[in-house]
Structures are given as structure tokens and as C-alpha cells.
Design a protein around this ligand. Structure first.
Ligand code: XCC
Ligand code: SF4
Length: 643
């Protein structure tokens, strides 16, 4: 029998708590129940000290030094911990990059006229990318330009280059450093395959060498696969511009056919948006008694839609089961990544159909409609029709939609941010130089049931903005801060005076939504633009990253490429590395001498805010900008609280 935690320990949000309570009343199992059933979780695995890379094992290293200190092959704690972490990075980098390749493939097919439902909606961005790749414009048709761009980017996945093309966007000093250290990513697939090779028994056993390849692999994600995903999605679906949208379970509508789009890849969801506007399908929905079709987003597919089209966001990672428990969702359409297999079981307690669409991501118990972008719009319509049919089975007595939606602003691509600043980073740089904005922090990543949902994101973000630090968000973090009301222009009043005044002048929130998790690439591009404008390297800027509630392998890859790009990063959930003092020493300090940045782990967001503020003031000091003495910064309520 497991002990049930108080609802307030599970989520900071009323909509979530209402649905968890309903789940408990009705005996519906959720992620929190399954976590409790797993506790206590394996100590060896939590420390990274178990290995099953070969069948002489599985092996474990005794963290207390009494039992075995080597696996059967002789691998020690350093090797095992480093190898495990690196395989995690490779899995995350592969997930992002495979998503990037799917986009690239459809982009190429669209250029060849082989798809339905796709266009090249942002010709300016297409032309800019082509020019960046030395592809002639010369008044050629966009489709020809796109075809050349597609084949140039395909090469980034292979092994025929000495660096991925977007690495050229990094400041010169950074690129030179990557070359010097030997971590310049060559090909995306190449680094990932090499990682699996290196971590095979009897290949790379030097933890430093192993971890450096981890950084290289992650860079092939950030400056490779993810950046390709973001840039080509912008060309096909439009580069995001600021828009007002809504968030939380209140975005579901009692009177409408509700369809949630969950996962990561905008290829499918974009055509579903088009299909849901089809007059015939709208008429069908009305004929069945609904007032229309209401699309809502979940996780990063939701972010993609909210960024470009203002589609309302039902919730982040830990909301995926809870949205089903409203009884108001008719269909949940999933592509891939972060989709809990459990949703199929929760959906069975209601009338909701779960529709899987990616042939590489099947869910036993779901209806599978194989998505083929060459018949995109036809399949999109078939899926929407299924949702409308499911609406007929909805039991109105079972519907419980908690609360009213909260407003939030989305759509801050780098282009939009620079646009708001008048086309150049100069005003932002000036505000940072004067000190009205102290610096900028990317707060990104997931939910994790080990943390009260959204507590880490919202608390850390609040502490940063009230201390005049601009916050950039992506992924599930963006949903958290949106729900907390930090992402509307009126949120300026939650910020300190300096940042607040800048936000007011520009009518923007102090927390800017930069997109999905692959869109962390936008943050790299922005950091590079700031560094180039100042003629410095990224690690000299007053920037930091944070992933207060991360859970996924992709988040580990993101953290690694952010650090390898020169940005100090604080993790809120402990990664499984503490079985090796040497690995911890390298990641949490040693890397400063290698790439100019390192990791910290701090579960308490109040303390994480202090670490980050001190770091930012240190960077300001080194740049000769007005600074607050870092040692005078303490958590709220601290006895020596200064200022
Ligand atoms: Fe997944 Fe992207 Fe994490 Fe959210 S933030 S839980 S990875 S949906 Ni990417
Ligand atoms: Fe054990 Fe070595 Fe095989 Fe890992 S690689 S399972 S440590 S024998």
C-alpha cells in the first residue's frame, strides 16, 4: 500500500488538482500513483552505477566502496557513469534530430510538389537560409531554391562534412574552441552512431574522452538536428510572430468537438488545423449537435501550434492524463515523444479516442492512422472526422472542465524579438549594459512527477524577473509560466523596475515564449547574435540556462549543448551521475576550463535563482558593466539578505 501525497504536493495548479482528485475518486491511475508504486527507486540506477551494455553483466558498482568497484569487464564507476550519461545524450539528440529529418524530408517533398497541405509560407526565411548556404536566388522559383537547400541540409546528417552547416552561426571564437577541443559536430548521424560505438564494451573507457564526445553529440542536436527542425518548420508553417493565446484545461469547450494535438512534430498538426476549418467537417460537427471544432495543444506539438497560430494550450507534460479526465476530450491525436503509454488506459475510462499517427510511435489500444505527408490534408480530414464521430459518444454528465482559461502571449521567434527591437539587438544590449536588464536566462524543459508540477518553473522565473532578468522559455516551462500569468504584457508588473519598464515600452511580457523544445535552437541563435554584436564569445555574456523539472533524455542533450555553447546551466532534478565524483567534478566545474561553462544541480528554485543571479553579476563584472556584488545575493528570508 503506497502513501498518497497531498494534492498540493503534486501540482501548483487548481485545474490539475481538481482532475487528480477526480482520478482518485474514480480509481483512475495516474503518473503520480505509478511513481509512488515504484518507490523506492533503484539506488544504483539513480547514481548511474548500473551497466547492462553487455551480457557479461548486468553489473553494479557499490557506492559505499565495500562491494564490487568494477564490472565484469573491469569498467569502473567513472566509465560506467560517463557511458550511461552519454547514451542518454545520444537518445535525446537522436530524438530531436530524427524529428528534424522528418521535417527536412517533407520540406524536400514539398519542394518537389509531392505533398498535399504544405506550402513554403515564409519565402523571406527560405531566401535567407538559401543565401546562408551559398545557394543562388537569381529570381529562381522558390521550389527550386528549396530543393537545393534540402539537399544541402541532408548532408548535415551524414559524414561528408567536417562540421554541420549551422555551426557557422556560432561566434568565431566559439567555433574555434569547438575545433580546438575536438567537439565540433561533423555529421548529426555520425556523432550519434559514434556514441553508440564508443560506449560499447571495450571501446572508450576514459571518462573525460567519453564526456567530450557527449558534448559533441549534443552540439549536433542544438546546432544541427534541432536547428534544422526549427528553421524549416518556420519556412513551411510560418515564422512565429507575437500573438495572444490561452492556456489551461479551461480551453476545452463544453459545446464543441474537442481535439487535442499531442507530441512534438508540427507536420501532422498543421494539416489538422487546416482540416478542422473544412466547411464540410464543421457542418458535420454541427449536425452532430456541437457548435464547432475546438483544437487544443499539449506539450510541444501544442507549443508549435500556439507559437504560429495562437491555438490554445491545454497543458504541459503532466496534464496529458488529466485532460482526458475532464471527460470533455473527444480525440487525442498523438505524433511522437513524451506521450505516456498510459493515456490509452485513461482514455478507456471515457469516450475519448486516442489516435496514433506516426509509424514509428504506436500505442497498443490506440487507433492508428498512418500519417503520410504526401496525402497530408486527406489524412488530416480523416482524423478530424474520427474526432467528430467520437463526440457522439460523449456523456455530458461525465464532463467536468475545471476553471477558466488564462491569457498568455506566444510567438517570440528571434526574428520577432529583433523586430520588436527595431531590427537589431542593440537596444537589448544597451539595456543590459546600463543594467536595467541584468541578463537573460533560458528556463526550459519538462515536468517531472518528482517535483510539484510547475513549482520549479514558476518560482525560479518569478525570482529572476523580479530581479530584472529577462526570461526566455520553451517546452513545458512555457506552459507553466503562461498558466501562472507571467506571460502577458501586464506581467511587466511582476518584474523589477528596470525590466518592467522595458517590457511596458515594448508591450511585451517579461517572459518570452520562444517555442517548443527543438526551438531551443532559437535561443542559441539569439545568444550568438548578442555575442557577435558585442564581439565576444557566448560564455562572456550574462546568460544562464535552467531546467527545473526536466525528465527526458532530450532535456539532457539540450543541457549539454547549452553548456557546450558557453552557457552555465542549473538542473532542478538530479541526473544519475553522482556515483562518480570525477564525472560530477568535470560537469560541475571542470568544464569551465574547457568550454567556459558548466552545470549545477539545485532542486530548490529559490536557491537556483541565487546561483543564477550571482553568475550573471559575475559575468557583468568581467565585462566591466555595473554589477551587484555576487556574494551579497542570498535567498529570500536569508539572515544576511542584502540590497
Ligand atoms: Fe517533453 Fe517537449 Fe520535456 Fe515537455 S519539455 S516533457 S521533452 S514536451 Ni521538451
Ligand atoms: Fe558489466 Fe562491463 Fe558488460 Fe557493463 S560492459 S555490463 S560493466 S561487463
Amino acid at each position: 500500500m503506497t502513501v498518497r501525497r497531498d494534492l498540493h504536493q503534486l501540482s501548483i495548479h487548481a485545474d490539475a488538482r481538481a482532475m487528480i482528485e477526480r482520478a482518485r475518486e474514480e480509481g483512475i491511475e495516474t503518473v503520480w500513483d505509478r511513481l509512488a508504486a515504484q518507490e523506492p527507486q533503484c539506488g544504483y540506477c539513480s547514481l548511474g552505477l548500473s551497466c547492462r551494455n553487455c551480457s557479461m553483466g548486468p553489473c553494479r558498482i557499490d557506492p559505499f566502496g565495500e562491494g564490487p568497484q568494477k564490472g565484469v569487464c573491469g569498467a569502473d564507476a567513472d566509465t560506467i557513469v560517463a557511458r550511461n550519461l552519454d547514451r542518454t545524450i545520444a537518445a535525446g539528440a537522436s530524438a530531436h534530430s530524427d524529428h528534424g529529418r522528418d521535417i527536412l524530408e517533407v520540406f524536400a517533398w514539398t519542394a518537389e510538389g509531392k505533398t498535399t497541405g504544405y506550402e513554403l509560407r515564409d519565402p523571406d526565411k527560405l531566401h535567407a537560409l538559401a543565401t546562408e548556404h551559398d545557394i543562388a536566388l537569381d529570381g529562381r522559383p522558390d521550389k527550386d531554391i528549396a530543393r537545393d537547400l534540402a539537399s544541402a541540409l541532408m548532408e548535415d546528417f551524414g559524414s561528408r562534412k567536417d562540421h554541420v552547416s549551422f555551426a557557422e552561426r556560432a561566434p568565431e571564437k566559439r567555433a574555434a574552441l569547438w575545433k580546438k577541443v575536438g567537439i565540433m559536430p561533423r555529421g548529426i548521424d555520425r556523432e550519434n552512431v559514434e556514441m553508440l560505438h564508443r560506449t560499447h564494451m571495450g571501446v572508450d573507457n576514459d571518462y573525460v574522452n567519453i564526456l567530450l564526445h557527449g558534448l559533441r553529440t549534443s552540439l549536433s542536436d542544438g546546432w544541427g538536428g534541432s536547428m534544422i527542425a526549427t528553421e524549416l518548420s518556420d519556412v513551411m508553417f510560418g515564422t512565429p510572430k507575437p500573438n495572444m493565446s490561452q492556456v489551461n484545461l479551461g480551453v476545452l469547450k463544453k459545446e464543441s468537438v474537442n481535439i487535442a494535438l499531442h507530441g512534438h512534430n508540427p507536420l501532422l498538426s498543421d494539416v489538422i488545423v487546416q482540416a478542422a476549418e473544412d466547411p464540410e467537417l464543421v457542418a458535420l460537427a454541427k449536425q452532430k449537435g456541437a457548435d464547432g471544432i475546438n483544437l487544443v495543444g499539449l506539450c510541444c506539438t501544442g507549443n508549435e501550434l500556439q507559437m504560429r497560430k495562437g491555438i490554445p494550450m491545454a497543458g504541459n507534460h503532466l496534464m496529458q492524463e488529466l485532460v482526458l479526465i475532464t471527460g470533455a476530450l473527444d480525440a487525442m491525436v498523438v505524433d511522437y515523444q513524451c506521450i505516456m503509454p498510459a493515456i490509452v488506459d485513461v482514455a478507456k475510462c471515457f469516450h475519448t479516442v486516442v489516435i496514433s499517427t506516426a509509424d514509428k510511435a504506436k500505442f497498443p489500444g490506440a487507433s492508428h492512422i498512418s500519417f503520410d505527408p504526401r496525402r497530408g490534408i486527406e489524412i488530416g480530414k480523416e482524423i478530424v472526422r474520427k474526432g467528430i464521430e467520437a463526440y457522439e459518444n460523449r456523456n455530458p454528465d461525465r464532463v467536468r472542465i475545471p476553471g477558466e482559461p488564462v491569457k498568455m502571449m506566444a510567438g517570440f521567434s528571434v526574428e520577432a524579438i529583433l523586430g520588436a527591437l527595431g531590427g537589431t539587438p542593440a537596444p537589448l544590449v544597451d539595456a543590459i549594459a546600463k543594467g536595467s536588464i541584468r541578463g537573460a536566462v533560458a528556463v526550459v524543459g519538462c515536468n517531472n512527477p518528482k517535483v510539484p508540477q510547475d513549482y520549479g518553473h514558476v518560482t525560479l522565473t518569478q525570482r529572476l524577473i523580479e530581479n530584472d532578468i529577462l526570461v526566455l522559455v520553451t517546452g513545458c516551462a512555457a506552459v507553466a509560466n503562461g498558466k501562472a500569468g507571467q506571460m502577458v504584457p501586464e506581467g511587466a508588473k511582476l518584474a523589477g523596475q528596470g525590466l518592467g519598464a522595458v517590457c511596458q515600452a515594448l508591450s511585451i511580457p517579461p517572459v518570452l515564449h520562444m517555442g517548443s523544445c527543438v526551438d531551443n535552437a532559437r535561443i542559441l541563435v539569439l545568444a550568438a547574435a548578442l555575442a557577435k554584436h558585442l564581439g565576444v564569445d557566448i560564455d562572456q555574456l550574462p546568460l544562464a540556462g535552467a531546467a527545473p523539472e526536466w525528465y527526458s533524455e532530450k532535456a539532457v542533450s539540450i543541457g549539454a549543448y547549452v553548456v557546450a555553447s558557453g552557457i552555465y546551466t542549473v538542473l532542478g532534478v538530479q541526473p544519475p551521475i553522482f556515483g562518480s565524483k570525477n564525472v560530477v567534478g568535470l560537469l560541475a566545474g571542470g568544464l569551465d576550463d574547457v568550454v567556459g561553462a558548466s552545470f549545477a544541480v539545485e532542486p530548490d528554485p529559490e536557491k537556483a535563482a541565487v546561483l543564477i543571479r550571482r553568475h550573471i553579476e559575475e559575468k557583468r563584472k568581467a565585462l566591466g558593466l555595473p554589477f551587484i556584488e555576487p556574494s551579497s545575493i542570498h535567498p529570500p528570508g536569508h539572515a544576511q539578505a542584502a540590497e
